[in-house]
Structures are given as structure tokens and as C-alpha cells.
Design a protein around this ligand. Structure first.
Ligand code: KG4
Ligand code: ZN
Length: 393
């Protein structure tokens, strides 16, 4: 079967098509449009601009994905009046996305229903205006084509992204028989959390940041150092050339017993440091600041491992792109917990993409966790999956 997946929770518009069967998961198309240029001059993501960009990009990306997979076919006949009525029905769903509606209408009039079996959509968490553009788009397609709709938690996508990296095709679901219980450190621009998973699709949130996320600490630190947006990768690149011991930044909450984080004080410490120095060695500052974030993440991860004694450890989210974090975790786990399997996603799957949503969506589909698109509430609680699954049993 084929799953179409849509992700618009932040500033990446992403569409993927995946072929799934019992033992196989193959990405047929992985389309991505990054809005870095749009948000750069504001130094961060502007939700309404993200919404505008998603409206513009969704249909072209869908067309690309369908073209690449040879699933895009012109209709034989011009739409009859019955078809027009069907289109009128969907204009209600997209009433808050007028620009997208025009494109969707043209698309649905022109092209046949592609041979796909379900639509998976990121249903939260994320930036509301951005998120809802994707949700309404997915709902429209699923309603029009009469397909089941699968709601996916964005962080769950990050959780599974390591599976996308196990070679090109992933007939590797057998691996899922042996990895649980798992702890995942999911660190992105909006979230930093520990998830304990005793078995497939069962989650318990066991720790999270009380204020800024780790990616946010990188981004805000980068802004203070006047680096260009997005700051995380820029700051870590600069850090490669610096001395991580040059400055001693705090390691917040490193000695607390719980598995929570707090990164907001760190950026304040950086601000004071910058103000107190007459000359700035930005490389040294970046390296020391990065070291403080990574030490905190790694030390809390070790605490989580000691507490929960999992079989495996998963790293996911944009910050999993950070080389120092990957290297330090690898070394630490190998040395102190050699029996624990560590799964790292390939760098290209660490940041937001729709393939991870297709994959998580497929697992939900197998468990018959999908709905008729008409049943999707327009006032849904975006944290539903988190309270149902992530707070767990
Ligand atoms: O998961 P993601 O793509 O989007 C969200 O769901 O937030 O994560 C983006 C975050 C940004 O804060 C970005 O600065 C950070 O991941 N990031 C990095 C690196 N690459 C991306 N942080 C540190 N080092 C990196 N190499
Ligand atoms: Zn993300």
C-alpha cells in the first residue's frame, strides 16, 4: 500500500510518498521546501509567514512527489457537475487558506485520484497557523479521494527517523522486535524531551525542558553571536574551530534527580559573558557554549538510562544533527553501557521531513488507528497524542 504524508508543523513544507508492506517500507518520494530564506531576516520563524509559504508550496510539492512516482495522471474528462459539487464541499475545509484552495481546486479538477491508500498528517505539536494549513490540506485530499486519515505526533516522527536510515529500503521491522524497551532523547527547536517506550506505539514522557528547547538554546545563542539563521548548524560549525574549555558556562539542572532540562539561563549567561568581554573570540565562545548544551544533554541521558535500564537508546530531532552530540553519546554508551544499542538517524533525517511522518503513520495504520477525514475536528486538541500516548500507561 502507499501512504502520502504531509508535514507543516514549523518552517519546512514536506511531502512524502511511501510504499509499505508487512516487512518493507520504501520511500518513493521525499519532497521538502525549506523556508530558511523567508524567515532569515526576522531571525526566527514567523508563524503567519510560515502559513503563507505552506499554502504556496504544498500543491507544487505534491505534484512533484506524484510525478516522481508516476502517480500523476490527467483526468480523461473535464469535471462534470457532480464533480463540481464535490469540490464545493471542500471549500469549507480550506476557507482559512484561500491561496491554497485555489491551487487545490485546480489540481483536483485536472488530475485523477492517485493510487494511494491513506494520508498521514502531522497533527501536532507545532506552530498553530503552520500546522493547520497542512492538516486542512490533508483533510481536503482525504475527503475528496475518500481515504483514511492518520494523525501523527510530530515528535513520534522524530522517534522513528532512525529506521529511515537503515539502508535504502527498510525491510527492517524485525529490528522492532528486539529494541524495546527504548528511551528516546528527542531534541528539536521546539521540544527537548525523554520518551520511554516499553513497546511499539506506547510512550511515556519521562522528562522535558521546563523552558527553552536545546535547539532554541543553540538558535538564541547564535543570534547573540550575530550568526545567521538558522543558528544551530552555524554555531556548531564555528565551535569546531574553538576551545570548548575556554569559558565555563553553566550545565543547568545537571545535578537534579529528575530528567527535566532548563536551557533559558544558559543563553542569559552567554549574554552576560559577551557583555563582559572587551574582545570576542567567537570560536571559543561558541565551542564552550555548545559544550555546555551537549554535556547537559548527555549527562541527563545517562541518568535516564540508569533509571530506566532500556535495551536501546534513540536520538532524534534537529539537534541530533549535531556532530559533538552524536560522537559523545556514541563514546559514552559504548564505554559505560556496551549492551545498550544506540540508534542515530542519518543526518538528513534528523530535521523535519515527511518520510518520518509516513513511517509513524504506517505503524498507526497497522493498528487501525486512523479516522474518516470528515470526523476530524476543526478544534482538535493538538496535544491529544501526547496525553494519550506520551503520558502513557
Ligand atoms: O526537528 P527540527 O528540524 O524542527 C523542530 O521540530 O523544531 O529541529 C530544528 C532545530 C533548530 O533549533 C536547529 O538549530 C537545530 O535543530 N539544529 C542543530 C543542528 N542542526 C539543526 N542544533 C545544533 N547543532 C546542529 N548541527
Ligand atoms: Zn521537528
Amino acid at each position: 500500500m502507499k501512504i502520502l504524508a504531509i508535514e507543516t508543523s514549523c518552517d519546512e513544507t514536506a511531502i512524502a510518498l511511501a510504499e509499505c508492506s508487512k516487512n518493507k517500507f520504501k520511500i518513493l518520494a521525499n519532497e521538502l521546501n525549506s523556508q530558511v530564506k523567508t524567515h532569515k531576516r526576522f531571525g526566527g520563524v514567523v508563524p503567519n509567514l510560515a502559513k503563507r509559504e505552506h499554502q504556496r508550496n504544498l500543491v507544487p510539492l505534491l505534484i512533484n512527489a506524484l510525478k516522481k512516482t508516476r502517480l500523476l495522471n490527467l483526468k480523461f474528462k473535464i469535471q462534470n457537475s457532480k464533480g463540481q459539487t464535490k469540490i464545493q464541499k471542500i471549500d469549507k475545509i480550506l476557507e482559512r487558506e484561500p491561496e491554497l484552495f485555489i491551487q487545490v481546486k485546480k489540481f483536483l479538477v485536472k488530475y485523477q485520484k492517485p493510487k494511494i491508500d491513506a494520508v498521514a498528517i502531522t497533527y501536532g505539536p507545532g506552530l498553530d497557523p503552520a500546522l493547520w494549513t497542512g492538516i486542512n490540506f490533508a483533510k481536503t485530499l482525504a475527503c475528496f479521494w475518500k481515504l483514511p486519515l492518520i494523525r501523527v505526533n510530530h515528535m513520534e516522527g522524530h522517534f522513528f527517523s532512525f529506521l529511515l536510515s537503515l539502508k535504502k529500503e527498510v525491510p527492517k521491522f524485525y529490528i522492532l522486535n528486539s529494541i524495546f524497551p527504548v528511551i528516546a532523547l528527542l531534541a528539536s527547536g521546539g521540544h527537548t524531551e525523554f520518551v520511554y517506550s516499553p513497546s511499539l506505539l506506547k510512550y511515556k514522557l519521562i522528562g522535558e525542558t521546563l523552558d527553552d528547547a536545546a535547539g532554541e538554546a543553540f538558535d538564541k545563542g547564535a543570534r547573540l553571536l550575530k550568526l545567521s539563521y538558522p543558528g544551530g548548524p552555524e554555531l556548531s560549525k564555528l565551535a569546531e574551530k574553538g576551545n570548548p574549555k575556554a569559558f565555563n558556562f553553566p550545565r543547568p539542572m545537571i545535578n537534579s534527580q529528575n530528567l527535566n532540562f532548563s536551557f533559558s539561563g544558559l543563553k542569559t549567561a552567554l549574554l552576560y559573558k559577551i557583555q563582559s568581554l572587551r574582545t570576542l573570540n567567537v570560536q571559543n565562545i561558541a565551542a564552550s557554549y555548545q559544550q555546555a548544551i551537549i554535556d547537559t544533554l548527555v549527562s541527563k541521558t545517562i541518568k535516564a538510562v540508569k533509571k530506566c535500564r532500556p535495551k536501546s537508546l534513540i536520538l532524534g530531532g534537529g539537534v541530533a544533527n549535531n556532530e559533538l552530540l552524536r560522537k559523545t553519546l556514541k563514546e559514552k554508551i559504548k564505554k559505560d553501557f556496551p549492551k545498550i544499542k544506540l540508534f542515530l538517524p542519518k543526518k538528513k533525517f534528523t530535521t523535519d521531513n515527511a518520510s518520518m511522518i509516513a513511517l509513524a503513520g504506517y505503524f498507526h495504520l497497522l493498528k487501525k488507528e486512523f479516522i474518516k477525514p470528515e470526523k476530524l475536528s476543526s478544534k482538535a486538541n493538538l496535544r491529544w497524542q501526547r496525553s494519550k500516548n506520551f503520558q502513557g500507561d
